[in-house]
Design a protein. Structure first.
Length: 278
């Protein structure tokens, strides 16, 4: 599958989610909309609290994350925050509450339907310190050195050119600025038939790369103090049944082979700091 094709698949999927057609990171083409309770359970499973879920406008949480990047981001009043792949605005709205009226949150998403949904949610919740911009995270529509903190939740793994994402992130962060990203990585290589599967890609699996490679890309983009602050099996908090069905499709019904494939994918929270030069 080409990079262009994979990007088209992801864009189409998130357009359908924004329109209410499907929901959830692991959702395939035949999925139904998940009820609010199920979405909430997914979010709590990856680190959000009941207070977080109740603090945002209805419809902002789509159950798409693989972690809570805000848990370790240490946002403060007045920060300018960038949310990469902001979706319907869930993390952006939580960040906005932390940075206050003197701060600002900028969400960037490549899907027009998601941007429209996020802007509607911002209006419904009277969020004056949040802005949503249409754009690709490999070419951020922001000036150099304009952001204090960047966050992202299970988005960069879907982008073929991860090097460009972190180069762009380094460009827009101020010297000394930092990021906190929740994402999916591989602990070992997946079978080729899984990596090239449309179903796996839509399920947020086939775009993931080895953890060491992911961290090396971050460092090569100019970040220092790059650390994994939390790591868990990717199946925790996600649709374990669907992951098992995907595994059975490619490695058979042997339980040990299924478990081995499922535990090849990890959810990590990683942070880093832009070097201060001169």
């Amino acid at each position: 599958m080409t990079d262009k094709k994979m990007k088209e698949i992801v864009k189409d999927k998130y357009g359908k989610i924004a329109a209410g057609g499907v929901s959830g990171c692991g959702c395939g083409s035949g999925c139904q909309v998940m009820p609010e309770e199920a979405i909430g359970n997914i979010s709590k499973g990856v680190g959000y609290s009941d207070a977080d879920l109740q603090a945002v406008p209805e419809g902002a949480n789509l159950g798409l994350g693989c972690g809570n990047p805000l848990a370790f981001s240490a946002l403060k009043e007045g920060d300018v925050v960038l949310d990469l792949g902001s979706g319907a605005g869930f993390d952006s709205f939580l960040a906005a509450r932390k940075v206050g009226k003197t701060g600002k949150v900028i969400g960037v998403d490549m899907t027009p339907e998601m941007i429209a949904k996020a802007r509607a949610n911002a209006k419904a919740g009277n969020y004056d310190n949040v802005e949503f911009l249409l754009g690709n995270i490999e070419a951020l529509p922001l000036p150099d050195n304009s952001v204090d903190v960047a966050i992202s939740n299970c988005v960069i793994n879907l982008v073929p050119d991860k090097e460009k994402v972190f180069q762009e992130l380094n460009r827009v962060l101020r010297p000394g600025g930092r990021f906190m990203v929740s994402d999916l990585v591989l602990l070992k290589e997946l079978p080729e038939q899984v990596r090239t599967s449309v179903g796996a890609y839509v399920g947020c699996v086939a775009g993931a790369i080895l953890k060491d490679q992911y961290l090396a890309i971050i460092r090569s983009a100019g970040f220092e103090d790059v650390r994994v602050v939390d790591e868990s099996c990717a199946a925790v908090g996600l649709d374990t049944l669907e992951l098992r069905q995907l595994a059975e499709q490619y490695v058979g019904t042997d339980a040990s082979h299924i478990d081995d494939l499922i535990h090849s994918v990890a959810s990590i929270k990683v942070n880093g700091v832009k070097r201060v030069t001169g």
